[in-house]
Design a protein around this ligand. Sequence first.
Ligand code: NAI
Length: 342
Amino acid sequence: ALRDTFARKAHISDQRPQYGLHPQASFKVAILGASGGIGQPLALLVKMSPLVSALHLYDIANVKGVAADLGHCNTPSQVLDFTGASELANCLKGVNLVVIPAGVPRKPGMTRDDLFNINANIVKTLVEAVADNCPDTFIHIISNPVNSTVPIAAEVLKQKGVYDPKKLFGVTTLDVVRANTFVAQKKNLKLIDVDVPVVGGHAGITILPLLSKTKPTVNFTDEEVVELTVRIQNAGTEVVEAKAGAGSATLSMAYAAARFVESSLRALDGDGDVYECAYVESNLTELPFFASRIKLGRNGVEALISSEIHGLTEYEHKALESLKPELKASIEKGVAFAQKQA
Ligand code: NAI
């Protein structure tokens, strides 16, 4: 059932009778920041994947208990725990996919950029270890601000001489998950059918849901477009405020991240019909990193789907132009940080 949930994604998937070309497929997945608010439910969801043979959980504290607990679930993967910097290299050896939700989350009144100073250093250190120990792996970055932490990761990998732009992803799946949910609620649609592409970046106005490209086709009034767009852009803040100091989205984020992990593993397994939105190195606009729908394959990003960012409505076109300066500045901030540290 979990697989079916994550299987729903892009336009053509409905026609495919089945995926999972190799029933014995087995991949090793590492989660860095595994005892955190996102890390724990994400580890649980990944533990349920039939495509995973080993789940490596790393954190600076409290990971032993999480691993002991999860290890009792009778699903195929073996769970191993790794605590602290001295065990990081062993955690990463032989891993096919690394997910990074390590770092501090927002509190009320904070923007994602307020997290920059702490999380930039954490991501840099972790990605250096990835470069040294499993340079061929897929890397999923969750730690915010994603608009800057992904460019930091790219610079670190370049400095280490192992950067493959096809294998580095900023996880924006939660924006898509939220957009699908809010549109289905607003328009009384069956949730499972709704698919809204979300492009740009992963903070405030840089999050641009392309409502005009919603599948199945939905008509929105101008007011609905503004209301939905603003709600999707501020959905993270909705959760931050509701949690009132206890952190940001963790459960919906874990759900979204697990969907992106499962999609990536299916692509690694040879499924030729895997599409997701993600924040990746891109030539779709003049910006070096941009979130869009991508086709995933064995080697990572197989194609950027350009059709969706053409033929935009006037509202979407303006929103796209006005997000570019902010996204550009966040990218440059990340690059400058990584180069200064080099
Ligand atoms: P949390 O504070 O509950 O967990 C973070 C975990 O990272 C903790 O267990 C902590 O020990 C660990 N950690 C800290 N430094 C580390 C290091 N050097 N190495 C390994 N682990 C380390 O935070 P939460 O709620 O899990 O959020 C994590 C990150 O995810 C935050 O940056 C947050 O902003 C981001 N986030 C991203 C979203 C997205 O859509 N991409 C959505 C929601 C949150």
